[in-house]
Design a protein around this ligand. Structure first.
Ligand code: APR
Length: 311
């Protein structure tokens, strides 16, 4: 079977880690694409990664480019093109610059690989994934945003840190937009099947939820320049792997809802089945009144940033 072709659009902090992880998992051959000004940087990263291969024995081919023709026939794109946050900025502050970039990227991807599966990471995520979808004209199965996977992962990490139990056994889900209004569904969180509500006090759980909502900002503050990259990269690779290997994993993702959870026409974080068909299904379940109210609030925030795109 021919190897898949995975292209990272944007070869910065997240893009570089995406390339490393995709190669190590042997998801396929990897291309790191960036603007001409950053061509040397991505060619250098690709070469460095090629020279890592003898140490862990994978055979993926990794190349860097700033020529759109080189990405022709790509199976999976992961887009991080854009600028990251600085302290004091929220994700919405990035909209002006990153929207222009996303329009350019969507137009080129449509031309080079109209059948590809596309994972968007650039922020503000809820607006960027919507912009990609609108400008490319791709089907809703082909386009998904990486947010819930990361937000849920952060929630899981904090629960594991609190209990001291293996993070592997913590399951939970965060719904809604990728911003401070996201909705951690604590009611359904478990450690090895045991409800977290039986393991952690309500007061501490509330603090963990609050920390999860601003977890990206916590890292932005610590860095002083730039935003998180290891966990965002790993989260997106999980999604790409589920597509490439048809694993049908259920991952919270920003998927286009058309009636699910009462949301119509917006990408919002919901449990999503990712398989060979791309976004194969959104899994709906009943929410409590409080969760519904939380989801409505996050939907208002998503609608606001999407309206600002003018698309
Ligand atoms: N096409 C391709 N790449 C581009 C374009 C473009 N039109 N414009 C900018 N880039 C590249 C930059 O040159 C840079 O190498 O995108 C890369 C972004 O990398 P970083 O600045 O290191 O940012 P990173 O931390 O990877 O975050 C990228 O993901 O989580 C979000 O908020 C974050 O929007 C940001 C994005």
């Amino acid at each position: 079977m021919a190897r898949k072709k995975i292209t990272m659009i944007g070869g910065g902090q997240i893009g570089g880690n995406l390339a490393l992880l995709a190669a190590q998992k042997e998801l396929g051959d990897v291309i790191i694409f960036d603007i001409p000004r950053a061509e040397g940087m991505v060619k250098g990263k690709a070469l460095d990664l090629m020279q890592l291969r003898p140490h862990d024995g994978h055979d993926s081919n990794i190349t860097g480019t700033s020529d759109w023709n080189d990405v022709k026939g790509t199976d999976v794109f992961i887009i991080t093109a854009g600028i990251p946050r600085k302290p004091g900025m929220d994700r919405e502050d990035l909209l002006g610059i990153n929207l222009g970039i996303m329009k350019d990227v969507a137009t080129n991807i449509k031309e080079q690989a109209p059948n590809a599966f596309v994972i968007v990471i650039s922020n503000p995520l809820d607006a960027m994934v919507y912009a990609f979808y609108k400008v490319s004209g791709f089907s809703k199965n082909q386009v998904v945003g990486m947010a819930g996977a990361l937000d849920s992962g952060r929630f899981r990490a904090f629960i594991a840190m609190e209990t001291g139990f293996s993070v592997q056994d913590v399951t939970c889900m965060v719904l809604g937009g990728h911003g401070d209004t996201m909705v951690p569904v604590t009611r359904l969180a478990t450690v090895g099947g045991v409800p977290v509500t039986d393991l952690i006090s309500a007061e501490r759980l509330k603090e963990i939820e609050d920390r999860t909502r601003v977890a990206g900002g916590e890292i932005v503050k610590l860095f002083g320049n730039g935003s998180a990259f290891y966990a965002p990269a790993q989260s997106a690779i999980e999604m790409a792997e589920s597509y490439i290997r048809d694993k049908k994993r259920v991952i919270p993702c920003a998927s286009l809802c058309e009636g699910e959870f009462g949301v119509d026409g917006y990408f919002i974080g919901v449990p999503t089945v990712i398989g060979a068909g791309g976004v194969e299904k959104v899994l709906e379940f009943s929410l409590t009144e409080e969760e519904k109210a939380g989801l409505n609030k996050t939907l208002d925030a998503v609608k606001k940033t999407v309206a600002e795109t003018g698309l």
